[in-house]
Write a protein of this length. Sequence first.
Length: 240
Amino acid sequence: MSIASVPQEFAPGLIVQRFTPPLYLADFKLIAFDMDSTLINIECIDEIADAVGKKAEVAAITEATMRGEIKDFKESLRRRVALLRGVPVASLQQVYDQRLRLNPGAEQLVGACKAAGMKVLLVSGGFTFFANRVKDRLCIDFARSNLLDEADGHLTGQVVQQSWGDICDGVEKRRTLLEVASLMGISPGECIAVGDGANDLPMMGEAGLSVAYHAKPKVREQAMVAINEGGLDRLLEVLK
């Protein structure tokens, strides 16, 4: 379906391309979400950096990475995490309590997916401290993210090596989507992937339905559905 032929009821701010709606939640078994700026309202690393007066410096790298201007996400993340050295671990809880909010429609969309029998995956280039709390808050089934190293109550500026690797980048997001789908015995075509940045494109490219949420131009162009206005639950205007 071309953008020009989008039914009026999906406007404004909801662009559907490359398939003919409606589709049905029952057509899918798994939905995978990015976290920062997708399920939640902030980029956590930028807000952590604010504790040591480096938010502008870190945010500039984050923005360039999400636009796809910095191609190596792992190197980008290592550079940004290194700037967090010395941040008190207690600052992470302050960010969660004072700044982190679920994006509009997150609870409604996750709830509708779970009510339809779908499993929910959170796969994030952000951090386990936040991902685990968001997972519990939304009763998400699976989560994968990056673990910040700490010592003596402060961040060391490094990421911890985990069993699957050290950094959850676009390649790892794709691999995780395919791994969870395989464990569930379903095909990638029965998956939905939702994201906003360039490192979400690999998993979005594998999914049967890709959704860009208030995303960077490169991501909006490649997604099957682009939600440019309103909340995440606007996807339910397409999925009946």
